[in-house]
Ligand binder design. Structure first.
Ligand SMILES: [Zn+2]
Length: 79
């Protein structure tokens, strides 16, 4: 059994992440037609654009997490 990485309720693995139906359905996924339009517009470069956005998102996530972990570590000196 897997649990939603957002709320902790029972979830399913989708794209490598555990997520429940409620949160999965809140995501505004592109339709197949929308993806086709993007490919028509940008060609094969569209996949590179998506990969680049994923890399940037992961880097921002890591930087934000490090900042919060640092704050948390400093908080222990006062609390
Ligand atoms: Zn959830």
């Amino acid at each position: 059994m897997s649990f939603c990485c957002i709320c902790g309720e029972q979830g399913k693995v989708r794209h490598g992440l555990n997520i429940c139906d409620k949160h999965y359905n809140q995501i505004s996924f592109f339709t197949q037609e929308t993806v086709q339009k993007k490919v028509d517009t940008y060609g094969v470069a569209y996949e590179d654009m998506v990969n680049q956005r994923l890399e940037e998102l992961e880097k921002k996530y890591i930087m934000s997490k490090l900042k919060l972990l640092d704050i948390k570590e400093k908080l222990h000196k006062f609390i």
